[in-house]
Design a protein around this ligand. Structure first.
Ligand code: PLP
Length: 393
């Protein structure tokens, strides 16, 4: 009999390498593979499944909207689209602004990239280790050579600076700079948290040169860190914010939000999309936001995230734990992240190994205390099985 792995290899482009599992169903933070094996999902579709799998509020919103009005094109407005734009601006809390809806994080960043070109400047400053997506524009702003080199030349002019280094940022930004682009916490880099005051410094440096401050909150936004936006903890007010991933809890959507004058830069005919702002995706996002509010999930995420970080750090083979809320990164004592991934899978937990020595967790925001406790109980045995040598505490 042909296996899923064989059928996948025969029919899908080999962009991702062989899939780790074939999953067949999910419920809350739990998933099952096609052999019936159960896993607790600490990756959540890479920081996407905010409400986990099959949450009734999300299922109801999507099915009701699909039954009512499924797609209309951007020649027409719909109530869910307007309501979501209003809600995002309210949650951002940065005053008047305007939203452009997309279908993904990369597209949200493409929209923002185009928006920056409307400043009549073309130079951008972004950070080493940052990740902004795989379209050519988003890739131009992503530093990793392995992602960039097969596709060069990429749109310019982009200067990359070490993340978290205020002086390097001050040296790179000039009066020709259209925007400074930063993640408030770098996700793909393995959850890299910048030093206190870094975003405020970026705001000040951008202001000194009349540049926009653009924050990519695709991974950190929509409650992931225990705040609606990760930058809220810093008090900084950005000009542009991009979101996607958890926004509609697994339904494809992204948004580019321009604050104040930045929201007026794109004029009729200068950008567009067929699906962006689709009423079903917007209804899904409204349901996710409404559920986070109704269930008090921001506080839950902050408290549970702290418990997880504290618990994971007690094993001396974990040399550092970083992150906010339920975006957690940890460093191992050896380059065995791939072995930890495999050992966790064996034990019934899905985690992620973004670099050879780093593990990332980004579980559903509805993860229960019991699910978190189960991983903490299993953690020492997972590290043993991964072959990490004992180290004295
Ligand atoms: N920006 C950040 C910070 C991300 O983490 C990602 C995806 O991981 C993206 C942009 C790209 O989003 P998408 O994969 O939806 O295009």
């Amino acid at each position: 009999m042909t296996t899923h792995a064989e059928r996948y290899a025969e029919s899908l482009m080999n962009a991702f390498g062989p899939p780790k599992l074939t999953l067949s169903r999910g419920e809350g933070a739990h998933v099952w593979d096609t052999d019936g094996k159960h896993y607790v999902d600490f990756l959540g579709g890479i920081a996407v499944n905010a409400l986990g799998h099959g949450h009734p509020a999300l299922v109801d919103a999507v099915t009701t909207q699909l039954r009512t009005l499924g797609h209309v094109s951007n020649f027409f407005a719909t109530e869910p689209q307007i309501a979501l734009a209003e809600k995002l601006l309210e949650l951002l809390g940065a005053g008047p602004g305007k939203v452009f809806f997309t279908n993904s994080g990369a597209e949200a960043n493409e929209a923002a990239f185009k928006l920056t070109r409307r400043t009549a400047r073309t130079h951008l400053v972004a950070a080493d280790g940052g990740f902004h997506g795989r379209t050519l524009g988003a890739l131009a702003l992503t530093s990793k050579a392995a992602y960039r080199e097969p596709f060069e030349p990429l749109p310019g002019e982009v200067t990359f600076v070490p993340y978290g280094d205020e002086q390097a940022l001050a040296d790179a930004v000039t009066d020709e700079t259209a925007a400074v682009l930063l993640e408030p916490i770098q996700g793909e880099a393995g959850v890299e948290v910048p030093p206190e005051g870094y975003l405020a410094a970026a705001r000040r440096i951008a202001d000194e040169h009349g540049a926009l401050l653009w924050l990519d909150e695709v991974q950190t936004g929509m409650g992931r860190t225990g705040a609606w936006f990760a930058h809220h903890r810093t008090g900084v007010v950005p000009d542009v914010v991009t979101v996607a991933k958890g926004l509609a809890g697994g339904f494809p959507i992204g948004a580019c939000i321009g604050v104040g004058a930045a929201g007026e830069l794109i004029q009729p005919g200068q950008h567009g999309t067929t699906f962006g702002g689709n009423p079903v995706a917007c209804a899904a996002a409204l349901a996710v936001i409404g559920t986070i509010e109704a269930e008090g999930l921001l506080d839950h995420v902050s408290v549970l995230g702290q418990k997880l970080r504290d618990g994971l750090a007690t094993d001396p083979r974990v040399t550092e734990v970083r992150g906010e809320g339920l975006l957690i990164g940890l460093d191992l004592s050896e380059d065995r992240a791939a072995d930890v991934f495999a050992a966790a899978l064996e034990a019934g937990f899905i985690v992620n190994n973004p670099t050879p020595r780093r593990i990332r967790l980004a579980p559903p925001l509805v993860l229960s205390e019991g699910d978190a406790a189960a991983l903490l109980d299993a953690w020492p045995a997972i590290l043993d099985r991964a072959g990490l040598a004992e180290v004295s505490p």
